[in-house]
Structure formats: C-alpha cells, structure tokens
Design a protein around this ligand. Structure first.
Ligand code: CJB
Length: 834
C-alpha cells in the first residue's frame, strides 16, 4: 500500500481511444432500444440524453469495477470525505471528456441527426449543495479520482436539492428542485449495503460484577439508510471512485426491546417519519439552522457512513482495531458531520468494548476537520437538550470528551476558569449549547482553513487557545477548482487555443498555463484570445436574451457577480455603484464611460429577508435603467434567474470583470474568483479570502484591489464606525440612499426598497458598505480606463489565465495528502474504451 505519492501530472493522461464513431453510434442505438424501449424515430432529446449516458456508463462501470478490485487487492489507505453537500452539476459532458469520448459522441450523434449541445441541456443539475462548500467537495472528488487516490465521498441522497429560483415581478420565488423525477442514469442503488440508524430513546447503565460500567443505548426509533452510488470518473478514465449518498427509509425492524420497556420508554419515544430525513437540503448557506431535522440528517449520514467504513475494514481485518487508523482517514467538511466523532467513540467503546483511551487514540488519528467560515451565525451549536433527546448516548460521550479535555486545559493553564469556559465544548448560558467547532478541533488530528488569510484568522481570532495548546494542529490548505470542468469542459474555444500554445496536458498540470504569459504582449495571440472572449460573450448574450428578453451589446464590458446572495458578499455595494453610474449619466448625458453590462446571478436563503430585498432591488433598478432611453446602451443590468452549476458554466467564459467585493475578513476563500480569472476575467476585489493569493499570482498590475484590509476594518470598528458620517459627507452616497426611499424604481410603491437604506444607516452597516463605497467607485473608474486600452487589457486577461495554475484543486488535494492525509496513489490499469 501507499505505493506512490500522488501527483496529477503523473497520473492518468487521456486514454488512447479505440472506439469508432460507428461503434459508439451502435451503442447509443442499442441503449435506445434495449434500455429505454424506444427507437430513433420516436426518441426526443431526453431519450437521446439517457441513451448517450447509458453508452458512457458502460465505461464508467467497467472503470468502477476495476478500481474497486484494485483498491481491495492492495488493501489501500483511503480518505473518506464526509460532506452534507455535494454540488455536482451535470455529469455527461465531464464523463465524456474524461474518457476522451467527447468528439466521438458528438460525431456519432450528428450522424443520427442529433446535436450534442441539445442533448447536454436535458440533464438536470445535481444540486445537492448550497454554494462554495458543496461545489468544493465536488471539485475535490474529481481531483481525487484524477490523481488515482483511493477515496469515497459520503453524503445525503436528498430527494430535493437546492430550490429552483424563479423571479416574479422582481422577487425571488422558491420552487422545489426535482432532479431525479425521470430517473438518474448515473446512480446505482446498493441494497446489499443498507445500514440501520438509531435515534431517540434512553441510555441504560449496567454495572458488571467486577465493578465495571457498561452503557447501553435503547433507541426509540430506527431508520434505514439506503446507499446510492454516483461513480466519479477521473480524467483519463482509469480510476473511478464513488460518491455514496444515503437515502432514508422506514425500517422493517421493530424495536421490541423498547416496546417491552413499557411506559417509561413510551414517554420518551419520538417518532420520526423516516422518509423525511433525506427529503430536502436545508437552503441556508452560512447560517446554522438549529432545527432538529437538520441534526438528524447529519447524524443519519455520519452513522451510515461510519458503519459502511467499518464493514469494509472488518472484511479485511476482522476485529483487530489496531490498523484502523492506518487504513482510514475521515475529512469533515465543516462541522456538519462533526457528530461522527462521538459516533465513532460510541461504536469503539460501547460496541467494540475498547477502553476509552484506546478508542480516543484511534478516533483522534482518524478525523481531520476543515473550517470554512468565521461568521458567528454559521458556527454550529446544538442545544444540549436537543442532543439529549435525539442522541442521548452521544451527549454523554461529548460530556466525557469535554471532561477529559478540561483536565488537559487545567494542566496547561492551572486554575484558569475563564480559559476553561472559553475552550469548553459546552457553552453555559440560559440554554446549554454544544459547540460543534470545539468538538471538531478537539476530536481531530489536523484542522485547516481554506486560504492563507482565512487560516491565519482561524489561528489568531477563532481558535487562538487551541493553537497555543496544540501548535501543530492548525494548518492551511488553499482551495482550488477542477480545471477539467472549469476550463476544458465549459470553455472549449479557449481550451483549444490553450492546447495550441502550451500542449494538451494542462488539465493535469495547470502550471503549464504559465507558458501563455510569454505570449501576453503578442498582438496576434491577444487578438485570438479576445476573439474567443467575444464569441463567449455572444453565447451569453443569447442566453440572456432567451431567459430575460434583455438585449445586451457584446462590445460592452461584461461585469459579473455570481455567488450566493449575502450581505457580506456585498451585492448591494455593486448595486449602489450601478445607481451612482445611472445618476451620473442622468446628470451628464456625456458622462464618459465604456458601455457596461452588470450581470448578477444569486440565490437567497428563503428566510433571509434582506437578501431577498437586495434581489428585488437589483431587478427593480435593472427594469428602470434598461428601459430608460437616456441611458441607451451605456448601462444595462441583468439578473439571471436560478443560478446553478450549469449556468455558471455559461457565464464564466464570457466574463470581463469579476466582482469579488466581500468585506475583508469575511469570505473564507471564494472559488468563483478562481474560476473567473482562469477563464480570462480581471478581478475587482478586496484583500479577502483567496483574492489575496490571486493578487500575488497575477501581480498587482493585473488586478484591481480596493478598499479596507482586515486591519483597517478592525481599526474602524474599534474607533466606532458610524455609517452616517459617510452619508452626510459624500453627496453621491446620500443621493443614492435617498433615492431608494422614493418610488422612482418602484412606481406607486414608495419605500419598497427602503430596507437596504435602513440596514446601511439605522442598523449600522455591519459589512462596511458605505465605508468602502468611494474606494470601490474609484477602482471601477480605473477598470473603465484600463478596458479602453485594448492591448493592455488583453495582456491583463492573458496573464490572469496564465497565472491560475496554483488554483487547480489537484494542488489543494496534494496539500491535503502532504499536510493531512498521508495517502498514496493506487494506479488502476487502463480499460479498453468502448
Ligand atoms: N462556505 O459555502 C459555504 N458554506 C458554509 O456554510 C461556509 C462556508 C464557503 O466555503 C467555500 C469553500 O471553502 C469558501 O470558498 C467560501 O469562502 C465560503 O463562504
């Protein structure tokens, strides 16, 4: 085992595909007939899509079989990526690319009179995640397979993923997302690996003859976890790993034990509709929901996954637990799966009957935890009473973990009770709370933040005492994105150009893009690069027209902000600036600016009122500006509904200016910033998250950095920030905010947009929008100037693409391998592609 250290560039290159167009065509027709029961004359695009998926799936399943056999034979150490979210998007295009079958499939379908592009549009997005954290998990499992690392993703098979967003009269409406209504051609149900999960009930303490104490949990409810496997194909098609998602079902098992215990149990017994557990993804991004069902979801998938891991381990090692920590590493994607820590302890202590120290020694060498946010509202805490009701034995175990940890704290800081209160897993107060972040740090051997700046703030501000206690535990792994999806598949025109300049292996070795920098000032190359951009802008313009009816000029600057709607991401700063430009044009019809199209796409959590108000305001301001003849083509504002992975894939290649304007210190990393720059966009951004590292890579001349730093924000906060100072001192700010109170943008409904003004003035502008407004506006003037110098702009754009090598998720995974997982690659023999 642990044969080689992983390295994407040494891993799979594209297979030398032998299958002919004719054979592939035959495979599609065969599936049309014998898998779908239809034929060429009756088939619509949906049927063609399914038949094409089935033809590709033949290779996927062969790869999966070989991979599982190879991993089993080699008894490899594997990483288990526990995540409540996997934002996979569509799979067909990527799976074809990974087997090198894209052109073959396109040609085969063409001969059948079918356009591949139309077929690809049939695939519903697998939107089992909210945003960055879920998409990161998807990029990571892509890299893990590409780098031939033994890995399994574990999560929840939500029946409904993130809601579908419609915009009605400017406002967001949420509709259910039904991604598998007509069947999903990729997933495989594995009834042979069903697990049972216990919930509720009570704990019995048993006293042994030798004075020993044994705990027995008598659950009040048992549900079934049914695994669905989504194969994850690495680039080159050799390793095919698995994403295993658990679906809840009612259990056939009736708990006689509980029943017989009589009235006492009945009083505590809770019934859960088993099927509701995996019904729907909570749509809150970066807010802790605090709902009982959410905790049950978390425990449900962690318990199923741990049992699955242990089943596999026992097959090779029986009851010998000594090798468990050598074979298994579990990465906790944020605190959402943190309940896995007491669950493993329960299994080891109560079921396997290991003593506490042995169990803790194993457990703390198995788990590692990634922190994705510093926002207080996102740091999960559960009421102890809720845990006691749903998972009574786990609460006891958490108390025991905490008790022993408090002794350790006392050794380091003798008698310091305030330290203990600060570090305790239990937060005392009117309602006793369990801090899942603390549990995760205490129960893991490594903790990482997701960008240099963020990891520093985790050390200095979030967990400074933990850092003092265990100086080697906290580390950084800067996020990354898979270049297979986020350049090769989504931007075929640019990929082709890049292939010609630096060779075709950049998807495996993204540093190769640096070769483009040598051509950044070459006029012919600049022209070719900007031609591609222009064509991509036209494609997006068509999409904008089709979905909103708005016509945009592709000679304008395409300025894009795409991400979840959140105050800290400051879409309202962008909006205020748009209003300022509008005002300048109204006041001076000759106001000198290059035409610009501001494009937004974002979903707001359904219960996040101000976020929904900002979407409404963007749409209302857009309506007014787009229909004002005094503005002409100078300014357009577009809000594209239902932001999702497949829409991002269309927007990103067409972007000129990438908006990354969060309040410094608030965006842990960001990954959209990397995708946009990789596709030749220039960033306007704050020194926040991974923007800092992007600036380091591209150089300060090729990015527009503005606004307050983390230190500035802290200093301003300490000196007493008063947003009204900016309102009264800056006439433009005042005019814009006052405008929001009128009915100018909402005829007949004055005050419809006032909540934004209120949040900025009366509620203290918690994200320093007004403090950064002028710097932002000035930076936008610089952007405008720079864009007009065509050659200089082209150079900047090329440099941005060229210098994104660091941000491949292969590098992130390599960092996890080196700094956290200690994992070796396990090459799988190439199959014959059919
Ligand atoms: N993030 O998407 C989420 N959800 C959360 O609950 C907490 C954080 C995001 O994670 C991304 C991946 O690490 C980061 O790039 C992003 O900054 C962060 O907001």
């Amino acid at each position: 085992m642990n044969a080689k250290v992983a390295n994407a560039s040494q891993a799979s290159s594209l297979p030398d595909v032998k299958i002919s167009k004719g054979d592939f065509k035959a495979a599609i027709i065969r599936h049309l007939h014998s898998t779908l029961g239809t034929d060429e004359n009756k088939a619509n695009n949906h049927a063609w899509w399914k038949a094409t998926c089935a033809a590709i799936q033949e290779n996927v399943l062969e790869g999966l079989r070989r991979t599982q056999k190879t991993h089993y034979m080699n008894d490899t150490r594997a990483v288990h990526y526990f995540s409540a979210e996997f934002l996979m998007g569509r799979l067909l295009s990527n799976n074809m690319q990974n087997f090198g079958l894209y052109d073959v499939a396109q040609g085969a379908l063409k001969e059948l009179g079918v356009e591949l592009a139309d077929v690809l549009e049939e695939e519903p997005d697998m939107a089992l995640g909210n945003g960055g954290l879920g998409r990161l998990a998807a990029c990571f499992i892509d890299s893990l397979a590409t780098m031939e690392l033994p890995a399994i993703g574990y999560g929840i098979h939500y029946e409904h993923g993130l809601f579908r967003q419609e915009i009605k009269s400017g406002a967001q409406i949420e509709r259910p997302d039904s991604w598998r209504d007509y069947g999903n051609p990729w997933e495989i149900c594995r009834p042979e690996s069903i697990q049972e999960v216990s919930l509720f009930g009570y704990v019995e303490t048993k006293y042994g003859d030798n004075g020993g104490i044994q705990k027995e949990w008598h659950p009040g409810s048992i549900v079934k976890g049914v695994p669905w496997d989504i194969p994850v194909v690495g680039y080159g098609g050799k390793t095919v790993n698995v994403l295993r998602l658990w679906q809840s079902e009612a259990s056939d098992y009736f708990n006689w034990d509980v029943f017989n215990a009589g009235g006492y149990v009945d009083a505590q017994r809770e019934n859960i509709q088993a099927e509701t557990i995996s019904k729907v993804l909570y749509p809150n991004d970066e807010t802790e929901a605090g709902k009982e069902l959410r905790l049950i979801q978390q425990y449900f998938f962690c318990s199923c996954s741990l049992k699955d891991i242990i089943r596999r381990y026992k097959r090779a090692h029986g009851d010998d637990w000594s090798r468990f920590k050598e074979q298994v590493v579990i990465q906790l994607n944020d605190t959402h799966p943190a309940i896995a820590i007491p669950e493993l302890m329960r299994i080891l202590v109560d079921r396997a009957e290991l003593d506490w120290d042995t169990a803790w020694n194993i457990s703390t060498q198995v788990f590692a935890y990634t922190n994705h946010t510093l926002l207080p509202e996102a740091l999960e805490k559960w009421p102890a009473r809720m845990l006691e009701k749903i998972l009574p034995r786990h609460l006891e175990i958490i108390y025991e973990i905490n008790h022993r940890f408090m002794n350790e704290v006392d050794k380091k800081w003798p008698g310091d009770n305030s330290k203990k209160a600060k570090l305790s897993i239990i937060e005392e107060g009117p309602e006793k709370m369990v801090r899942m972040g603390h549990l995760s740090v205490i129960g893991s051997f490594k903790v990482n933040g997701v960008a240099e700046l963020h990891s520093r703030l985790v050390k200095e501000n979030l967990f400074p005492d933990f850092d003092a206690l265990w100086p080697d535990k906290l580390t950084n792994v800067t996020n990354g994105i898979t270049p297979r999806r986020w350049l090769k598949a989504c931007n075929p025109l640019l990929s082709e150009l890049v292939d010609k300049k630096v060779g075709e292996d950049w998807p495996l070795n993204l540093k190769k893009l640096e070769g483009l920098a040598n051509h950044a000032t070459n006029k012919t190359f600049q022209k070719a690069f900007m031609n591609v951009k222009q064509k991509n802008k036209q494609l997006l313009a068509d999409e904008i027209f089709a979905s909103t009816g708005i016509k945009v000029d592709t000679n304008a600057i395409f300025d894009i902000q795409i991400k979840r709607l959140h105050e800290y991401k400051r879409q309202h700063l962008n909006l205020l600036h748009i209003m300022a430009l509008y005002r300048r044009i109204l006041e001076n019809p000759d106001y000198d600016m290059h035409p610009r199209v501001f494009i937004f796409a974002a979903k707001a959590a359904p219960g996040y009122k101000l976020a929904k108000d900002i979407i409404f305001a963007i749409n209302k301001v857009a309506d007014k500006i787009n229909n004002d003849p005094r503005v002409g083509n100078k300014l357009k504002v577009v809000f594209l509904p239902n932001y999702r992975v497949s829409l991002a894939e269309k927007m990103i290649p067409a972007c000129d200016v990438s908006e990354q304007i969060s309040t410094a210190g608030k965006e842990a990393s960001g990954t959209g910033n990397m995708k946009l720059a990789l596709n030749g966009a220039v960033t306007i951004g704050t020194l926040d998250g991974a923007n800092v590292e992007i600036a380091e890579e591209v150089g300060e001349d090729n990015i527009f950095i503005f606004g307050m730093t983390v230190e500035d924000v802290n200093a301003l906060k300490a000196s007493g920030y008063n947003p009204k100072d900016y309102y009264y001192k800056d006439a433009e700010i005042k005019a814009i905010l006052d405008w929001l109170e009128t009915d100018y943008f909402t005829p007949g409904k004055p005050g419809a947009l006032v909540s934004i003004k209120q949040s900025l003035l009366d509620l203290g502008d918690p994200f320093f929008v007004l403090a950064d407004f002028r710097a932002y506006s000035d930076a936008q003037i610089e952007v405008d100037k720079a864009y007009r110098d065509k050659s200089r702009w082209a150079e900047m754009v090329i440099i941005n693409t060229a210098m994104m090598g660091k941000f491949t998720s292969d590098r992130s995974i390599q960092d996890y391998v080196d700094r956290v997982w200690r994992l070796g690659s396990c090459p799988v023999e190439q199959q014959k592609i059919r």
